[in-house]
Design a protein around this ligand. Sequence first.
Ligand code: SF4
Ligand code: SF4
Length: 163
Amino acid sequence: MQDIIKNLPKQAKDKHNENKKFFAKLKKKPPKNLDYIMQDLHDEVFSDTDCLTCANCCKTTGPLFIDKDVSRLAKHFKLKPQQFIDQYLRIDEDNDYVLQQVPCVFLGADNYCSIYEVRPKACREFPHTDRKKFQQISNLTLKNVAICPAAFNVVEKMKDRIK
Ligand code: SF4
Ligand code: SF4
């Protein structure tokens, strides 16, 4: 897995123009059953992906935290929301709460998430490949394929499946 992660930015860069064209076409005319196709491809790829040998999302990007995440996590740590924010978060250039640093402070050396049950919504949903109306997040996906081997594989399979 480490070799795959190491090569991923270059592979994603090599595919970038092709992917960009594909998503532009997809946005114009998404297939009627796109949600169904995406669920299928997502399940297929993730049944063959071991996130515990990867954790590249937790190591390199980290999630943004919505208010509900902050309240839930503050409660989990028996802190006030502002105390949780002061201890763990900062505001980024888009005015969102994000981690003060990556790798994520909640990631263990064994790649397990120490707050898995209460982790942020963005962590639960990453890389969003089973989300409805997938064509709407093509810009984000173009970035995620350089971080997430599963997202990369989903997009490669999409290009085969959707002509
Ligand atoms: S979601 Fe993607 S980047 Fe994150 S651990 Fe799984 S395969 Fe790796
Ligand atoms: S909270 Fe957990 S799942 Fe989310 S980035 Fe941190 S370690 Fe990964």
